[in-house]
Design a protein around this ligand. Sequence first.
Ligand SMILES: [Zn+2]
Length: 724
Amino acid sequence: MLRHGSSRNKRSRRRQSLLKAVLCLLHLLLAACGSGQAPAGSGAAGAVAPGLYAVDALAPSLQAPGIEMHLRYAERAPTGLVVHLAFYNNGPNDLAVVRGADPAAARLRGDDAEPPSAYSASLEGGIAPAGAWLAGGATNGTLTFARARGAAFTFEFPGFEAVPFRLDMPLRQAPEPAPAPVGTYTYGNGPAGGRSGQVAIERATVDERAVEIVVALPDAAEEFVDAAADVQGAVLLDSRWNQYPVAQAAAPAGDSTSPTPVSATAGTRRVALRFEGRPVGDVLLLRVPPFPLVRVPLRPGQEAAPASAVDLPPSRERRPAPVPAGDRTDSVTGEQQAIEQLVAELGRRIAARDRQGYLNAFAPEMRDEQARVFDRILALPLSDVGFTLEAGVVPDEDGQNRGAQVTLRYRAGDAAAVHTYSHDLALDLRRDADVWQITAVRGDLPFWLLGPTEARRTGAFTIFFRPLAESQLRAVEEEVAAALQQVGERLSGRVPASNVMFVTETADEFARLTGRDPARFAGVALSRYRIAPEGVTIEGSAFYINGAAFDDSRKESRQQTIAHELVHLALAEQTMPYTPVWAVEGMAIEVAEELPAETMRAAVQAGKLQGFDLAEFTARRGWGAPDQSGAETALDYAFAAYLTRYLVDRYGFDRFVAFYDSFATVPWARLEKDLPVTESEAVAESAFGTLARDLTAAQLQTAYGLDLATLERDFLAWVETEAT
Ligand SMILES: [Zn+2]
């Protein structure tokens, strides 16, 4: 019974995420930091002989439980040191949206620190593969560092533990599997063919361009009512765990008389799944949701079989053996219930201010720390702190449970206006006699779980800060007051009555909480958007001030940062994921009065106006990438600032506000067909870019009677004289 329940939950969650949940990040560039870090010449040869070197180090994600980075090997090439790396989803669950860790923010520290001079196309969308990130799936890629002097390095990738390595283990050849061998492989009576609740593999055909696998699926009605095979969600993994989504699902050749794509025989249905591309290696893994992974060897005479842990990517942690849905025992179900209750109990104990009851959920070695956390929660303006177990748990062989995925939800702020936040945590649990206890809390921890925290209400802000930063706080409060006044004057009635600000103490902490490069971002305003037919909802609006980026000499710039981010928060409800980024950033710069005159003057002198294409600029989402120096990003912000300035100068501020607001009232019927149906942030971003371009053309016409080409022409003529 519970089995049905949890399975349905999983499906409805999946459906929810298909409602295009998207995390929209609005951010401010700390332009001053960009230019100083441009690579100073490249190609300086290092002292180490050319060649390949093994590294083979794994580092866990600091933010997303179960994600691991694998530094595989390094290669001395004419272009520099090429680092071959992979990112694995070694958690128990598929992931919908992975916040984009930016490869351009990676650093190689050797004799000096260096940003990448290039990275592979596979990393352009971040570290997650396109589509949902399957448990067991990977992204493989390279980062090139043009200088990379010396033989000892530390590799830093945002959101992961740093990896020190040395070039002292030469490799004779690159550890890369050969392309999948062309041929047809048939499978008969292997274990995957006979078991109930499993996908049976009949045949695999590999050619230069695609793989076709004929499978027999268990009858949907046989076991679970909601376990119908999702053939459109089928994914193939190759020997490097690269993901290939199904391109076509059709009746197998020879079944062409069947009226439906899927042919039915007694108890099973057969379908031919086609995957485009050339996988690597001679073992493939096939997943047809909701069934477990099946190992498909491309070796004559070998049978397909349920995948085991050895088929999955390397991991620092021992992973639970994948248990087929049909084989789960009632004791597993009982343990799942016990953990579910334990996790849910935490929130109830906090609400009841029951310190001992809360601490009892933790192993003895955790209790001192958790006592401090409990006291902190009660002392801070936090409410409705609750924990929910999100996924089925499968205990390890030794009875432990590592990385149970738990959502932490809470509200912050005063009673008048609260903000809701959610965080994905991973809990490790241990069973002592019959009682489960929590032994570790990891994952995307909120500010107040990362260290001592105090909070103060200042005007319309609740500011969370570290006690050590208290001396800075008076200045921050003054700047907040000035920013509130500045933004309130231009956007009267729009400034929220309640805002939440987190002032981080260290650069690492800022990177961990925001996923942004602390060297380039002074502050980040974050909101989580969910788009659905009933409208767009927003939660978790907050801004993070990078406390380490400011000293006394930068006071004015911090105030501008606060004003800039406050504009984003003030307009969060009108700012859609398909509002052009130039309007979003242009508005913030306009109101915060940060017009980057020097950048634009230099751009005009360098002839950058000739290459400006407003339609392309309007569709652009990820500003700056792959841009190590920050120069491209600074130019994007400058164009946004001047384009907005032009519209405000020529037509007035109110008209620009109306244009900005108009994106929030685009009817669902107009959006529906163009909204991305994807769980990949990269794919969603690209679709939002196209939508932004098309909608901007329409909204410009309505608000200004202008088309994109006319605006581009008028703007360029204006900026040429304005900026010189
Ligand atoms: Zn911004």
